[in-house]
Design a protein around this ligand. Structure first.
Ligand code: ADE
Length: 255
């Protein structure tokens, strides 16, 4: 059985490193530059070194990544405080390096066309959904995340457009993280926490950074409980087939 290693990417409000037992801090640099560590929290979403972060997790041997993300809800029934195990995305970013193979001098060589569907690992999502049920945490079992460039929040017209496009949630970090993880052959899923109704809902008011942090703080226990319980379940399962499949997909996509 292939050894597995699970990387946790904690987004806004999830920067408590004490959740993991036997935690080791590894300072690294990669061919794509230094990954952000726990201290670097004031980087705008556009400036996060996503390639460095994912590559560092690959280099330490991660086979799985669970990310957490504060998100705005675009749907009435996804209420602030709810958890969503997202299954798809809409990309509204425009300033980020989305690939390790983007033809830049410091990038990996080759022409690379990765089939991105399904972007989030279905078996990893299933573990998160099953775990949530087992520990009695309500979660939405699917959702499409719209990732915007930020750092500003959306206008009302944009928010309404994302709803019309089929978005369920809006955030600033899932792209390019999920794509790079897939390029790196790592199984990736996100536990999204709805922190607000963005700005589309008349009786709710408008999202602000303070509101996001406050809601995340009030609900972070749920996210941590789910991730910690899921890590246990992931460790019990044999992932050989899924890991091989993602590795083969990467190999087949490279020309
Ligand atoms: N993160 C949390 N809430 C958000 C929102 N409404 N838009 C973008 N990112 C967010």
């Amino acid at each position: 059985m292939v050894n597995i290693k699970i990387g946790i990417i904690g987004g806004t409000g999830l920067d408590n490193p004490e959740i993991l037992k036997n935690r080791k801090e590894v300072k690294m640099t990669t061919r794509f530059g230094d990954p952000s560590d726990g201290v670097v929290i004031e980087v705008t979403p556009s400036k996060v070194n996503y390639r460095g972060n994912i590559w560092a997790l690959k280099e330490v041997g991660c086979t799985h990544i669970i990310a957490s993300s504060a998100t705005g809800s675009l749907k009435e029934d996804i209420k602030p405080g709810d958890l969503v195990i997202a299954d798809d995305f809409l990309d509204r970013t425009y300033k980020r390096q989305q690939s390790f193979y983007d033809g830049e001098p410091d990038s990996l060589k080759g022409v690379f066309h990765l089939p991105v569907h399904p972007p989030f690992s279905a078996p990893l999502r299933k573990v998160l959904i099953d775990t949530a049920k087992e520990i009695g945490l309500y979660c939405h079992e699917r959702g499409t995340i719209v990732t915007i460039e930020g750092p500003r929040f959306s206008s009302k017209a944009e928010s309404t457009m994302y709803q019309m496009l089929g978005g369920d949630l809006v955030n600033m970090t899932t792209i390019p993280e999920v794509i790079l993880a897939k390029e790196a052959g790592i199984l990736y899923a996100v536990v999204a926490l709805a922190t607000d109704y963005d700005c589309w809902k008349e009786d709710y008011g408008t999202v602000s950074h303070e509101k996001v942090l406050e809601m995340f703080k009030n609900n972070v226990d749920k996210v941590l409980k789910l991730i910690c319980a899921a890590v246990q379940k992931i460790a019990e399962k044999n992932w050989d087939a899924e890991i091989l499949q993602s590795k083969e997909l990467v190999e087949r996509s490279l020309m």
